[in-house]
Design a protein around this ligand. Structure first.
Ligand code: SF4
Length: 334
Protein backbone atom coordinates (compact mmCIF):
# COMPACT_ATOMS: atom_id res chain seq x y z
CA UNK A 1 0.00 0.00 0.00
CA UNK A 2 1.46 3.39 -1.00
CA UNK A 3 1.36 5.96 1.77
CA UNK A 4 2.21 9.63 2.10
CA UNK A 5 3.64 10.34 5.52
CA UNK A 6 2.32 13.56 7.04
CA UNK A 7 4.40 14.94 9.92
CA UNK A 8 2.65 16.11 13.10
CA UNK A 9 1.94 19.81 12.78
CA UNK A 10 3.53 22.47 14.96
CA UNK A 11 1.01 25.20 14.19
CA UNK A 12 -2.56 24.96 13.02
CA UNK A 13 -6.08 26.21 13.22
CA UNK A 14 -9.52 24.87 13.99
CA UNK A 15 -12.01 26.20 11.46
CA UNK A 16 -15.03 26.31 13.77
CA UNK A 17 -17.24 26.97 10.75
CA UNK A 18 -16.93 28.18 7.18
CA UNK A 19 -19.94 30.38 7.91
CA UNK A 20 -19.13 34.06 7.76
CA UNK A 21 -20.96 37.37 7.81
CA UNK A 22 -19.05 38.27 4.65
CA UNK A 23 -18.14 36.72 1.31
CA UNK A 24 -14.74 38.33 0.81
CA UNK A 25 -13.24 38.07 -2.64
CA UNK A 26 -9.86 36.97 -1.35
CA UNK A 27 -11.10 34.21 1.00
CA UNK A 28 -9.19 31.00 0.43
CA UNK A 29 -11.88 28.97 2.22
CA UNK A 30 -14.79 30.42 0.23
CA UNK A 31 -16.52 31.46 3.43
CA UNK A 32 -19.97 33.00 3.13
CA UNK A 33 -23.24 33.22 5.12
CA UNK A 34 -24.48 30.27 3.01
CA UNK A 35 -22.46 27.75 5.04
CA UNK A 36 -24.52 26.51 8.01
CA UNK A 37 -22.52 23.87 9.90
CA UNK A 38 -20.37 24.36 12.99
CA UNK A 39 -17.86 22.10 14.66
CA UNK A 40 -19.50 20.39 17.61
CA UNK A 41 -18.24 21.06 21.12
CA UNK A 42 -17.56 17.35 21.37
CA UNK A 43 -15.29 17.51 18.32
CA UNK A 44 -13.43 20.57 19.65
CA UNK A 45 -12.69 18.63 22.81
CA UNK A 46 -11.72 15.53 20.84
CA UNK A 47 -9.25 17.52 18.70
CA UNK A 48 -7.71 19.09 21.81
CA UNK A 49 -7.13 15.57 23.17
CA UNK A 50 -5.73 14.37 19.85
CA UNK A 51 -3.43 17.37 19.46
CA UNK A 52 -2.04 16.93 22.95
CA UNK A 53 -1.42 13.24 22.35
CA UNK A 54 -0.27 13.10 18.72
CA UNK A 55 1.04 16.62 17.94
CA UNK A 56 2.42 17.69 21.31
CA UNK A 57 5.19 19.96 19.99
CA UNK A 58 2.93 22.92 19.42
CA UNK A 59 3.82 26.54 18.88
CA UNK A 60 0.09 26.92 19.21
CA UNK A 61 -3.28 26.63 17.56
CA UNK A 62 -5.67 29.37 16.56
CA UNK A 63 -9.44 29.48 16.26
CA UNK A 64 -10.56 30.40 12.78
CA UNK A 65 -13.51 30.62 10.43
CA UNK A 66 -15.51 31.76 8.71
CA UNK A 67 -16.29 34.15 11.49
CA UNK A 68 -15.91 32.53 14.94
CA UNK A 69 -17.89 35.29 16.68
CA UNK A 70 -21.07 34.24 14.84
CA UNK A 71 -21.10 31.46 17.43
CA UNK A 72 -19.65 33.18 20.45
CA UNK A 73 -20.64 30.40 22.88
CA UNK A 74 -18.68 27.81 20.91
CA UNK A 75 -15.69 30.13 20.50
CA UNK A 76 -15.63 30.78 24.24
CA UNK A 77 -15.95 27.07 24.96
CA UNK A 78 -13.11 26.30 22.55
CA UNK A 79 -10.87 28.73 24.45
CA UNK A 80 -11.83 27.06 27.74
CA UNK A 81 -11.20 23.59 26.31
CA UNK A 82 -7.75 24.50 25.01
CA UNK A 83 -6.82 25.76 28.49
CA UNK A 84 -8.33 22.70 30.20
CA UNK A 85 -6.47 20.34 27.87
CA UNK A 86 -3.15 22.19 28.00
CA UNK A 87 -3.06 22.93 24.28
CA UNK A 88 -1.35 26.29 23.69
CA UNK A 89 -3.71 28.76 22.08
CA UNK A 90 -2.35 31.62 19.98
CA UNK A 91 -5.34 33.74 19.00
CA UNK A 92 -8.88 33.91 17.66
CA UNK A 93 -9.42 35.53 14.27
CA UNK A 94 -12.24 37.96 13.62
CA UNK A 95 -13.45 40.24 10.85
CA UNK A 96 -14.94 42.66 13.46
CA UNK A 97 -18.28 42.72 11.67
CA UNK A 98 -20.01 42.04 14.99
CA UNK A 99 -18.38 45.05 16.74
CA UNK A 100 -21.39 47.33 16.40
CA UNK A 101 -21.13 48.92 19.83
CA UNK A 102 -18.53 49.42 22.52
CA UNK A 103 -20.35 47.51 25.24
CA UNK A 104 -20.84 44.25 23.35
CA UNK A 105 -17.33 44.39 21.91
CA UNK A 106 -15.74 44.89 25.33
CA UNK A 107 -17.99 42.30 26.97
CA UNK A 108 -17.18 39.48 24.55
CA UNK A 109 -13.48 40.26 24.36
CA UNK A 110 -13.26 40.39 28.16
CA UNK A 111 -15.00 37.02 28.46
CA UNK A 112 -12.45 35.48 26.11
CA UNK A 113 -9.51 37.16 27.82
CA UNK A 114 -10.65 35.98 31.25
CA UNK A 115 -11.09 32.45 29.92
CA UNK A 116 -7.46 32.33 28.82
CA UNK A 117 -7.32 33.74 25.30
CA UNK A 118 -3.91 35.45 25.03
CA UNK A 119 -4.38 37.40 21.81
CA UNK A 120 -6.77 38.30 19.02
CA UNK A 121 -6.24 38.75 15.29
CA UNK A 122 -8.37 41.42 13.64
CA UNK A 123 -8.62 41.40 9.86
CA UNK A 124 -8.56 44.68 8.00
CA UNK A 125 -8.28 44.93 4.25
CA UNK A 126 -10.18 46.33 1.26
CA UNK A 127 -11.79 42.88 0.96
CA UNK A 128 -13.20 43.01 4.48
CA UNK A 129 -14.13 46.66 4.04
CA UNK A 130 -16.63 45.65 1.35
CA UNK A 131 -18.70 44.10 4.14
CA UNK A 132 -17.55 45.69 7.40
CA UNK A 133 -17.58 49.48 7.84
CA UNK A 134 -14.20 50.72 9.01
CA UNK A 135 -15.67 52.14 12.25
CA UNK A 136 -16.33 48.57 13.46
CA UNK A 137 -12.78 47.49 12.66
CA UNK A 138 -11.43 50.57 14.40
CA UNK A 139 -13.62 49.89 17.45
CA UNK A 140 -12.46 46.26 17.60
CA UNK A 141 -8.79 47.26 17.46
CA UNK A 142 -9.10 50.06 20.02
CA UNK A 143 -11.01 47.96 22.56
CA UNK A 144 -8.90 44.86 21.94
CA UNK A 145 -5.73 46.84 22.68
CA UNK A 146 -7.20 47.88 26.04
CA UNK A 147 -8.23 44.35 26.95
CA UNK A 148 -5.45 42.18 25.52
CA UNK A 149 -2.65 44.77 25.62
CA UNK A 150 -1.18 46.49 22.58
CA UNK A 151 1.23 43.69 21.72
CA UNK A 152 -1.44 41.00 21.80
CA UNK A 153 -3.62 42.48 19.08
CA UNK A 154 -2.55 41.29 15.64
CA UNK A 155 -3.87 43.75 13.09
CA UNK A 156 -3.85 41.99 9.76
CA UNK A 157 -2.74 44.16 8.17
CA UNK A 158 -1.62 47.44 9.71
CA UNK A 159 -0.82 48.74 6.20
CA UNK A 160 -4.50 48.56 5.25
CA UNK A 161 -5.58 49.79 8.69
CA UNK A 162 -3.69 53.02 7.98
CA UNK A 163 -4.78 53.27 4.38
CA UNK A 164 -8.50 52.68 4.98
CA UNK A 165 -8.70 55.58 7.43
CA UNK A 166 -9.07 57.78 4.32
CA UNK A 167 -12.47 56.28 3.45
CA UNK A 168 -15.90 56.90 4.97
CA UNK A 169 -15.78 54.94 8.26
CA UNK A 170 -19.56 54.55 8.47
CA UNK A 171 -20.06 52.81 5.14
CA UNK A 172 -18.77 49.76 3.36
CA UNK A 173 -16.56 50.43 0.36
CA UNK A 174 -17.05 48.37 -2.82
CA UNK A 175 -13.79 46.88 -4.05
CA UNK A 176 -14.24 48.49 -7.47
CA UNK A 177 -14.31 51.93 -5.88
CA UNK A 178 -11.16 51.09 -3.93
CA UNK A 179 -9.43 49.81 -7.07
CA UNK A 180 -10.38 52.93 -9.00
CA UNK A 181 -8.95 55.25 -6.35
CA UNK A 182 -5.71 53.29 -5.80
CA UNK A 183 -5.27 52.05 -9.36
CA UNK A 184 -5.54 48.39 -10.37
CA UNK A 185 -1.84 47.79 -10.73
CA UNK A 186 -0.84 49.41 -7.43
CA UNK A 187 -3.67 47.62 -5.63
CA UNK A 188 -2.75 44.22 -7.11
CA UNK A 189 0.84 44.71 -5.98
CA UNK A 190 -0.16 45.82 -2.49
CA UNK A 191 -2.44 42.78 -2.06
CA UNK A 192 0.59 40.57 -2.56
CA UNK A 193 3.15 42.67 -0.69
CA UNK A 194 1.04 43.84 2.22
CA UNK A 195 -1.53 41.08 2.56
CA UNK A 196 0.25 38.01 1.26
CA UNK A 197 -2.65 37.25 -1.06
CA UNK A 198 -2.80 33.51 -1.76
CA UNK A 199 -3.84 32.62 -5.33
CA UNK A 200 -6.33 29.95 -4.32
CA UNK A 201 -9.90 29.80 -3.06
CA UNK A 202 -11.98 32.82 -3.98
CA UNK A 203 -8.86 34.91 -4.67
CA UNK A 204 -8.20 32.64 -7.66
CA UNK A 205 -11.78 32.72 -8.90
CA UNK A 206 -12.68 36.37 -8.20
CA UNK A 207 -9.42 38.35 -8.27
CA UNK A 208 -7.53 36.70 -11.12
CA UNK A 209 -8.41 39.65 -13.40
CA UNK A 210 -5.84 41.71 -11.46
CA UNK A 211 -2.87 39.48 -12.29
CA UNK A 212 -0.95 38.37 -15.32
CA UNK A 213 -1.98 34.97 -16.61
CA UNK A 214 0.29 32.34 -18.11
CA UNK A 215 -0.27 29.08 -20.00
CA UNK A 216 -0.95 25.98 -17.89
CA UNK A 217 2.37 24.40 -18.92
CA UNK A 218 4.29 27.12 -17.07
CA UNK A 219 3.10 25.53 -13.82
CA UNK A 220 4.23 21.98 -14.57
CA UNK A 221 7.62 22.22 -12.85
CA UNK A 222 6.89 21.30 -9.23
CA UNK A 223 4.77 18.70 -7.52
CA UNK A 224 2.87 19.49 -4.31
CA UNK A 225 4.45 17.10 -1.80
CA UNK A 226 6.07 19.99 0.11
CA UNK A 227 2.68 21.68 0.57
CA UNK A 228 1.01 18.44 1.71
CA UNK A 229 3.73 17.68 4.25
CA UNK A 230 4.15 21.23 5.55
CA UNK A 231 3.82 21.03 9.37
CA UNK A 232 3.70 24.80 9.83
CA UNK A 233 0.23 25.52 8.54
CA UNK A 234 -2.69 23.11 8.72
CA UNK A 235 -6.39 23.45 9.40
CA UNK A 236 -9.06 21.10 10.63
CA UNK A 237 -12.50 22.05 9.36
CA UNK A 238 -15.92 21.46 10.97
CA UNK A 239 -16.38 18.26 8.97
CA UNK A 240 -13.07 16.78 10.15
CA UNK A 241 -11.18 17.46 6.92
CA UNK A 242 -7.42 17.80 7.43
CA UNK A 243 -6.17 20.58 5.15
CA UNK A 244 -2.50 21.47 4.73
CA UNK A 245 -0.84 24.68 3.55
CA UNK A 246 -3.35 26.68 1.51
CA UNK A 247 -4.83 23.70 -0.31
CA UNK A 248 -8.45 24.49 0.51
CA UNK A 249 -10.93 21.98 -0.88
CA UNK A 250 -8.43 19.11 -0.51
CA UNK A 251 -8.86 16.76 2.44
CA UNK A 252 -5.86 14.67 3.40
CA UNK A 253 -7.96 12.56 5.71
CA UNK A 254 -10.22 12.42 8.73
CA UNK A 255 -8.75 14.57 11.49
CA UNK A 256 -10.74 12.65 14.10
CA UNK A 257 -7.90 10.11 13.86
CA UNK A 258 -4.84 12.33 13.76
CA UNK A 259 -2.58 9.36 14.51
CA UNK A 260 -3.69 7.58 11.37
CA UNK A 261 -2.93 10.69 9.27
CA UNK A 262 0.53 10.92 10.82
CA UNK A 263 1.14 7.22 10.16
CA UNK A 264 0.62 7.95 6.48
CA UNK A 265 -2.38 8.47 4.26
CA UNK A 266 -3.35 5.69 1.90
CA UNK A 267 -2.80 7.06 -1.59
CA UNK A 268 -4.92 4.37 -3.23
CA UNK A 269 -7.90 5.82 -1.39
CA UNK A 270 -6.94 9.37 -2.42
CA UNK A 271 -5.63 9.19 -5.98
CA UNK A 272 -5.78 12.94 -6.61
CA UNK A 273 -3.43 13.51 -3.71
CA UNK A 274 -1.09 10.88 -5.12
CA UNK A 275 -1.11 12.60 -8.50
CA UNK A 276 -0.51 16.06 -7.04
CA UNK A 277 2.21 14.80 -4.70
CA UNK A 278 4.09 13.10 -7.54
CA UNK A 279 3.36 14.74 -10.89
CA UNK A 280 1.73 17.96 -9.65
CA UNK A 281 -0.80 19.90 -11.69
CA UNK A 282 0.54 18.38 -14.92
CA UNK A 283 -0.70 14.97 -13.79
CA UNK A 284 -3.98 16.37 -12.53
CA UNK A 285 -4.56 18.12 -15.84
CA UNK A 286 -3.93 14.89 -17.74
CA UNK A 287 -6.42 13.01 -15.58
CA UNK A 288 -9.04 15.74 -16.04
CA UNK A 289 -8.53 15.93 -19.80
CA UNK A 290 -8.51 12.15 -20.29
CA UNK A 291 -11.41 11.28 -18.01
CA UNK A 292 -13.51 14.38 -17.45
CA UNK A 293 -13.27 16.37 -20.67
CA UNK A 294 -11.57 19.32 -19.00
CA UNK A 295 -10.48 22.18 -21.27
CA UNK A 296 -7.76 24.61 -20.20
CA UNK A 297 -8.77 28.25 -20.12
CA UNK A 298 -7.48 30.14 -23.18
CA UNK A 299 -6.53 33.13 -21.07
CA UNK A 300 -4.31 31.02 -18.78
CA UNK A 301 -3.83 31.03 -15.02
CA UNK A 302 -2.23 33.25 -12.41
CA UNK A 303 -0.60 30.42 -10.43
CA UNK A 304 -0.42 26.63 -10.16
CA UNK A 305 -3.06 26.68 -7.40
CA UNK A 306 -5.43 28.60 -9.69
CA UNK A 307 -5.05 25.90 -12.35
CA UNK A 308 -5.34 23.13 -9.74
CA UNK A 309 -8.52 24.57 -8.29
CA UNK A 310 -10.08 25.14 -11.70
CA UNK A 311 -9.49 21.49 -12.54
CA UNK A 312 -10.81 20.25 -9.20
CA UNK A 313 -13.93 22.41 -9.46
CA UNK A 314 -14.57 20.84 -12.86
CA UNK A 315 -14.04 17.30 -11.55
CA UNK A 316 -16.46 17.68 -8.61
CA UNK A 317 -19.15 18.74 -11.06
CA UNK A 318 -18.68 15.47 -12.93
CA UNK A 319 -18.20 12.95 -10.14
CA UNK A 320 -18.30 12.45 -6.40
CA UNK A 321 -15.85 9.53 -6.56
CA UNK A 322 -12.93 11.44 -5.02
CA UNK A 323 -13.07 11.36 -1.25
CA UNK A 324 -10.25 13.94 -1.08
CA UNK A 325 -12.14 16.73 -2.87
CA UNK A 326 -14.02 17.95 0.16
CA UNK A 327 -16.02 19.76 1.31
CA UNK A 328 -17.88 19.92 -2.01
CA UNK A 329 -19.66 23.14 -0.97
CA UNK A 330 -16.27 24.84 -1.14
CA UNK A 331 -16.37 24.44 -4.91
CA UNK A 332 -19.95 25.76 -5.12
CA UNK A 333 -19.25 28.88 -3.07
CA UNK A 334 -16.08 29.99 -4.85
S1 SF4 B 1 -1.46 23.22 -6.83
FE1 SF4 B 1 -3.19 22.37 -5.65
S2 SF4 B 1 -2.33 20.80 -4.35
FE2 SF4 B 1 -0.62 22.03 -5.15
S3 SF4 B 1 -0.23 23.56 -3.57
FE3 SF4 B 1 -1.69 24.47 -4.99
S4 SF4 B 1 -3.75 24.01 -4.21
FE4 SF4 B 1 -2.27 22.69 -3.15
Amino acid sequence: MKKLKIPPFSSGGLILSYQCSSSCRHCIYASTPRWKDWMSEHDVEHYMDQIREFAPNQRGIHLAGGEPFLNFDLTLRAVELSVEHGVPLQYVETNAHWCEDDELTAYQMNMLRESGLPAILISVSPFHNEFTPFERTDRAITIAREIFGPYNVLVYTSYFYEQLQDYNPHATVPLNRYLNTIGHEAAAQSFVEHYGLIPSGRAASKLNFLYQKQPASVFFKNNCSAEFTNPEHIHIDPYGNYITSFCSGISLGDAHQLNSIFEGIDLQERPIIEILATTGVEGLLKLAQDQFDFKVADEGYIAKCHLCQDIRAHIVQRTDQFEELKPVEFYRYL
